[in-house]
Design a protein. Structure first.
Length: 371
């Protein structure tokens, strides 16, 4: 009888860290359904919602994001990160008798990764961003394998032998859809260029603030708009716009649940540039205007966005430069030139490769199930 293995996945904070971990967990269970998988997170992040909803068990430790600002609270948190969090992670790994540890980024990765190394447990790290985070870079030398979502990320690692590009595990695919049926279900039509705006599961206030004035001035009379505001922003935006029936060709939603159908029915997207979002944009081959979220630690989102801008499939408006006027100017530049829009789409299609990242990730892990 073969051994029943236990895998711990360290993922905390945002969906951009947690969803790749969930996708990897699903792939492992698909290949070895007798594997026991636990997640290690904190009591604050989205893991508290997403992991239980996926039917998986969550163990919690104390960990915080890294900050260079030397306030008493930040100094306390860094002490916890370097000493307390590692000890708590070691305790969980021992109690659970974990065989393999997988980290998918975020502030918890460093503590759990260092604990795995101290206990001689094989450690796999997946970095979804084009610019790798400090937690993963700091474990470069001692990790069993570091798996990358973007090929260019390899240049940021000093030790290359244990680093491999595999791509990002994504939820969306480029598929043929009944565009007419999907758009009509939203009160829209097939023969107008359709703009999709979304800012992630929580929305993006900066993007919302640029879109609302364009709605109110009737900009989308010529085109049409699907606008996902984020659940917490929806009521405020509807109140700000007023009588929504006065404005043609728009559909405002708090959240899009059938994103694969919707995004494959649109002509252009406006969004942030999280690693998963950029990978999915590449997969569905939709021209995009990225508004990267600024970061004090590293411009991760702008690096992600540049991977598409560099092949001619996207345009970037910096967060600080985003206004209703700058967005309208960029939309006109792309949408009022059919050839430019088609070239952007074809630039992505011509560089598109089949995304089989989950298979590649599992191939790297599989050999350690048999040791």
């Amino acid at each position: 009888m073969s051994k029943k293995y236990k895998v711990a996945i360290a993922a905390a904070g945002t969906a951009g860290h947690i969803n790749p971990g969930l996708a990897i967990a699903k792939q492992i269970l698909k290949q070895r359904n007798d594997t026991e998988i636990i997640f290690i997170g904190t009591d604050r992040g989205l893991e508290n919602e997403l992991v239980p909803n996926a039917g998986l068990r969550l163990r919690k430790i104390e960990a915080y994001g890294f900050s260079i600002t030397p306030t008493p609270e930040n100094i306390r948190r860094q002490y916890i990160n370097f000493f307390v969090s590692k000890k708590m992670a070691e305790k969980v790994l021992k109690e659970e008798n974990v065989d393999i540890v997988i980290g998918t980024g975020g502030y918890i990765t460093s503590a759990v990764g260092r604990a795995a190394i101290a206990l001689n447990i094989p450690l796999f790290m997946h970095e979804s961003n084009a610019y790798p985070g400090l937690a993963i870079r700091s474990l470069n030398k001692k990790a069993t394998k570091i798996l990358l979502g973007f090929e260019k990320s390899k240049e940021f690692f000093k030790y290359k032998d244990n680093v491999e590009y595999v791509g990002n595990p994504i939820n969306l695919k480029r598929v043929n859809v009944d565009k007419k049926k999907i758009l009509e279900s939203l009160g829209l039509v097939e023969n107008k260029k359709t703009i999709l705006v979304f800012g992630g599961s929580q929305g993006a206030k900066k993007i919302n603030d640029a879109i609302v004035p364009l709605i109110k001035k009737g900009y989308f009379n010529e085109f049409q708009l699907i606008f996902a505001t984020g659940k917490n922003n929806y009521d405020g935006i509807i109140n700000e716009i007023g009588d929504i029936s006065k404005f043609k060709n728009i559909k405002i939603l708090p959240y899009i649940y059938n994103m694969e159908e919707i995004i494959n029915s649109c002509d252009i997207a406006i969004t942030r540039a999280g690693a998963m979002t950029v990978s999915e944009i590449l997969e569905v081959a939709i021209p995009t205007i990225f508004i990267p979220l600024p970061s004090q630690k590293a411009n991760r989102q702008i690096d992600n966005a540049k991977t598409l801008e560099n092949i001619g499939g996207a345009k970037i408006i910096k967060n600080e430069d985003l206004t209703a006027d700058s967005l309208e100017e960029m939309l006109n530049y792309i949408l009022k030139d059919n050839e430019r829009l088609n070239i952007m789409k074809n630039n992505i299609l011509n560089r598109h490769f089949e995304n089989n990242s989950l298979e590649k990730i599992y191939e790297n892990i599989e050999k350690y199930f048999n040791k």
